[in-house]
Design a protein around this ligand. Sequence first.
Ligand code: SAM
Ligand code: SF4
Length: 475
Amino acid sequence: MGIVLDKDMDEERQGEALSMNDKEEGKKLFLESYGCAMNFSDSEVVASILIDQGYVTTQDSNEADVVLINTCSIRENAEQRIRNRLTQFNKAKKQKPGMVIGILGCMAERLKTNLLEEEKLVDLVAGPDSYRDLPGLIEAVDGGQKAVNVLLSRDETYADISPVRLDKNGVTGFVSITRGCDNMCSFCVVPFTRGRERSRDPHTIVQECAALYNAGYREVTLLGQNVDSYRWNMTSKGEIKDETKPTTNFAQLLEMVAGVHPKLRVRFSTSHPKDMTDDVLHAIAKHKNVCNYIHLPVQSGNSDVLKRMNRGYTREWYMNRIDAIKRIIPDCGISTDIITGFCDETEEQHQDTLSIMKEVRYDSAYMYKYSERPKTLAERKYEDNVPEDVKQRRLEEVIELQHKHSLAINNKQIGEIQEVLIEKESRRSSEQLMGRTDKNHKVIFDKKDAKIGDYVMVKITAANKASLKGEIVEV
Ligand code: SAM
Ligand code: SF4
């Protein structure tokens, strides 16, 4: 199976073709995945469902019987890239007319039958909650029908499906803990494409993490659009759904997963500033294997912009959460997401974003220009009125400042000895390895006798804005 990843996943893994041991017999499946870690995790569920039905995987889309592309709608250019890819697959289909081309994920949900009936780019459309239906949908296409399922569910969590692991390293794995989002940030298409928020039974989460540990994995990342609103057996109003079952919040879930094994590192993404509690921070501080790293998207440093974004917090609230992190977990890596040029953003408001970056000093950041998305609150209510060149210039200023901070933070680590979990060979040399520190900094070092999946102590010897260099030391 060829899996290709796009932005929002770790840079290193973008565009990486991932595979598993391919068998020879059976219908051939080519699956490509774009967008965030949640999409990647969903692709593992899709692969599991189809392999169960006897499909085998291929890395070559030209020889595939079924080509599936798991898509992202978050920004307009993400969608354009996927349209281009679909056009390429359609050229291959001319040589192999029986090939089924299907679109999955957010773009499938957003555009529904449009890509099938108007643009005629696909034979099959499956939204994020309909993957169990994929074998039937493919069969319908084989029977000469067009196949669509874009029903969003209030309870689908794929909790009982053991995802086929598609990442090559066998060390780090994603585990979804919630699906959907109830937040309605005004710029964001996710609530429309992924539906209402649902939490997954904590025991299935713990089981999946334990299975990963037993299979040799040494790190899990718990995934949700807003992990802090994880609540098992409670409605969003805090009412208990079933008196016979215990309730679990995110802090409690973290403790449960931390207990799987002391050698299994636990990360999570994404935290939401409006919901992140001190209890979560205390759980991180208490367990050595819960990594000292929090991704806390700020989006903007100005309270009026945050209000228009419908983020549910002010600059002061956000800084209160940052202060709590620094107080409870003194040595914690912090990263963020920033959007420049949101509707009506003035130069002064942009300066507030630069100033909050200076106050927090993020270890790293994902930085974007605002991209208006159809049907969102911002599209209906505000004008996308910051000129493109201004959005771009503001983005460049944000990136330049972040690079300065990342470099300074990385340089400060030179001379320190840090524990690193080895993930893979370095891209530059097979004689070197790449791993991450607890605070999520990437470190490159000579192999010596170490292996992928080992924890090693590394002395940091050099740094740039993106990564650290070091050497393994005995302790
Ligand atoms: N749920 C996460 C949260 O609330 O922070 C983030 C999910 S979203 C997939 C990842 C990031 O994409 C957001 O944090 C935001 O910075 C960015 N994003 C979302 N919609 C966008 C838009 N319309 N234009 C530009 N960036 C956008
Ligand atoms: Fe989108 Fe906001 Fe939900 Fe994140 S919390 S997925 S930005 S609506």
